[in-house]
Write a protein that binds this ligand. Structure first.
Ligand SMILES: Cc1cc2nc3c(=O)[nH]c(=O)nc-3n(C[C@H](O)[C@H](O)[C@H](O)COP(=O)(O)OP(=O)(O)OC[C@H]3O[C@@H](n4cnc5c(N)ncnc54)[C@H](O)[C@@H]3O)c2cc1C
Ligand code: SF4
Length: 330
């Protein structure tokens, strides 16, 4: 691990100034991902700008939505009463991530920006286009059980590891950012990128920009929402496949459906066509099965992860069926 400078910012303006835009400095949230990467020499920032004493507020908005400060701790967000009542899918997704200790340290902004858990990315002896653009990708012909089945490219088949981000994609959240050129808002589904031929460019965040908050708009249907995660161990493991779902049923017909998948792509995967297939359909197993097939249309696996396609379909169908049953509408 290289030596680095450390500074603690007391407000957003100071944080942005201290960061600069050369790429030599990085923001420090809980450090649960960044410090590991620095220990492995995968990331080597010259300085860290600690932002954990600002941007911690969780605020209910007059329009029924919620704004969460970027340095709010994952555990505080999961435990927040409004989040648990109005957006249970978000609270559940966070609680499926890491351990109590990790969630007590990890921040919302850091969770959005965490890097993939592809083993080849962490192994400096392997070829990795994300770590060294143009080097090649050892995962494609390697052990790729955890890797992508949707939206991958011949340059990178890594997945985004976050659980929380899958819920935020389903909830139509937005990411508020601030830089030297001012503030802007990015739709959550457009914040993370597919790999294409630039897998090292993972988000829409520009050099020098700070994530200040995440906003979730009002969605009454989200009171009936759930997060389901399938993993190799029952705790402390990243998703093989996960589903964030919102379902509102009226008179046996789907009125509102939101669906996003985790563990399947380089970004949280919003399943828009599946939502359209569900809208106005009878809330029954046939519709849920059709929606699952639609969500996975175009999926293609590799030597060790083909099983994820069927797994994701079954997870979607059973999650929707459980939600419909809870709604007492079947
Ligand atoms: C053992 C272990 C198991 C885990 N399991 C899971 C899991 O199952 N599911 C899951 O979702 N996560 C899991 N995590 C990941 C954990 O949730 C992330 O490490 C964490 O969310 C990162 O948050 P942080 O605040 O610690 O980020 P940091 O490590 O501090 O930062 C991560 C990145 O975000 C950048 N950053 C931080 N804040 C901002 C900001 N406001 N604006 C711009 N950039 C910013 C940093 O510069 C850095 O590049 C696990 C982590 C560990 C260590
Ligand atoms: S899948 Fe992506 S992160 Fe993993 S080795 Fe290939 S290029 Fe690197």
């Amino acid at each position: 691990m290289r030596n680095f400078a450390y500074a603690k910012a007391s407000n957003s303006t100071e944080a942005i100034r201290l960061l600069g835009h050369s790429g030599a400095a990085k923001f420090l949230g809980g450090g649960t991902n960044l410090v590991d990467l620095m220990r492995e020499n995968i990331e080597q920032p010259e300085s860290l700008v600690d932002i954990t004493s600002l941007l911690r507020e969780i605020q209910e908005n007059a329009d029924g939505g919620v704004t969460i400060g970027a340095a709010a701790r994952n555990s505080a967000v999961a435990a927040h009463r409004t989040i648990r009542e109005r957006f249970p899918v978000l609270s559940q997704a966070i609680l499926f991530g890491g351990s109590g200790q990790v969630r007590n340290m990890a921040t919302i902004g850091g969770n959005l920006m965490q890097r993939t858990r592809c083993d080849y990315f962490y192994d400096a002896a392997s070829r990795c286009n994300k770590r060294t653009p143009g080097a090649g990708c050892d995962a494609i012909d390697g052990f790729n059980r955890m890797h992508a089945i949707l939206g991958w490219s011949p340059d990178c088949i890594a997945t985004h590891p976050s659980d929380m981000c899958v819920a935020l994609a389903a909830l139509d959240a937005s990411v508020e950012v601030e830089g030297r050129d001012g503030k802007r808002s990015i739709r959550f589904t457009e914040f993370h990128r597919l790999p294409g031929n630039t897998p090292h460019v993972e988000t829409d965040l520009r050099p020098g920009e700070l994530i200040t908050s995440v906003t979730i708009p009002k969605l009454d249907a989200a009171r009936r929402s759930v997060y389901r995660k399938v993993r190799d161990r029952s705790s402390y493991a990243f998703a093989l496949v996960s589903v964030a779902a919102v379902l509102e049923v009226e008179n046996g017909v789907v009125k509102t459906a939101r669906l996003a998948l985790g563990g399947v792509a380089h970004k949280p995967w919003r399943a828009g066509p599946a939502e359209e297939a569900l809208q106005g359909s009878p809330a029954n197993e046939a519709s849920f099965g059709r929606a699952a097939d639609t969500a996975l249309a175009g999926a293609k696996g590799f030597a060790h992860n083909e099983f994820k396609i069927e797994l994701a379909k079954r997870l979607i169908a059973s999650t929707l069926a459980d939600l419909a049953r809870k709604d007492g509408a079947r």
